[in-house]
Design a protein around this ligand. Structure first.
Ligand code: IPE
Ligand code: IPE
Ligand code: MG
Length: 255
């Protein structure tokens, strides 16, 4: 596989003596990137510095997922509830996002990463909408890692949005009520055509979903750690994948 993300300290697939089974890499990894504020507070820095440091972790983890041939990486960037934060913090987060897309776009594109958005884009500031639409459009034919950015995403909002579209399509005669099944509902979600996450990772010590991928997480494995997101390194990703590889996924059946 072509790969330009290699760096000087490249350690291949064996990090910190964790030997991953390359035949059992999760197809879809989803991460609730939490703990930026606490990372900053610990260092007596403003919260914005925590968010900036979080971008470094995004770079490292995206790079590593690509190397490991993960097919989908979904990052929870901004929830439908995060608008409750002070205006100043929301603005900072939106600016960081637009800047990230602008500055990283070339490298992501040259590494065959396909950028995708899930959530309600309409409420994002224009600059974010422009950068996001542009990045998605320009990378839509890339065939490497799909980087799914959950921005103004909420699991309940996604289900409401799907309900409305299903009702409207029934009214318009595009589908019939009798067509409604699990597959059809999945196809009306923002994650249409994306397999359910195999593992959901949440750093920072919190053990909750916070409205993330509510429908899709039915059989996801959960992995928590106390590390704050800006400190999350590839070794932590390897630990999570290693644990995942040693779990017994039964999907309700027996072995
Ligand atoms: C995650 O870090 C970033 C977003 C939710 C946008 P937080 O900002 O939630 O950090 P903590 O939870 O306050 O430490
Ligand atoms: C979840 O983190 C949302 C993102 C990481 C984008 P929050 O920090 O918003 O979640 P709560 O408020 O602790 O549940
Ligand atoms: Mg938080």
């Amino acid at each position: 596989m072509m790969f330009k993300f290699l760096d000087k300290q490249d350690e291949g697939f064996k990090v910190d003596n964790i030997k991953l089974d390359m035949n059992n890499i999760p197809k879809h990894i989803a991460i609730i990137m939490d703990g930026n504020g606490r990372w900053a507070k610990k260092r007596k820095l403003p919260r914005a510095m925590g968010h900036k440091a979080g971008v470094e972790a995004v770079r490292e983890i995206v790079k590593e997922c690509s190397k490991l041939n993960v097919e989908y990486l979904t990052l929870y960037v901004f929830s439908t509830e995060n608008w409750k934060r002070p205006q100043e913090e929301v603005t900072t987060l939106m600016n960081i996002l637009a800047k990230y897309l602008k500055s990283e776009f070339k490298e992501l594109d040259s590494n065959n990463v396909k950028i995708n958005h899930i959530g309600d884009m309409s409420k994002l500031p224009d600059i974010c909408q422009t950068e996001l639409t542009d990045a998605c459009e320009k990378t839509k034919t890339n065939t490497g890692l799909t980087l799914n950015l959950a921005i103004n995403y909420g699991g309940r909002n996604e289900i409401v949005h799907a309900f409305k579209n299903i009702v409207s399509d029934i009214k318009d005669g595009i589908i019939n009520e009798s067509d409604i099944d699990e597959k059809l509902i999945s196809n009306y979600l923002y994650t249409k055509n994306i397999p359910d996450p195999d593992i959901i990772i949440r750093p920072s010590g919190e053990q909750r979903l916070s409205n993330f991928l509510l429908w899709q997480c039915a059989y996801s494995e959960f992995w928590y750690s106390n590390i704050n997101w800006p400190d999350f390194k590839k070794v932590d990703l390897h630990r999570a994948i290693y644990d995942y590889q040693n779990r017994d996924r039964r999907f309700g059946g027996i072995k």
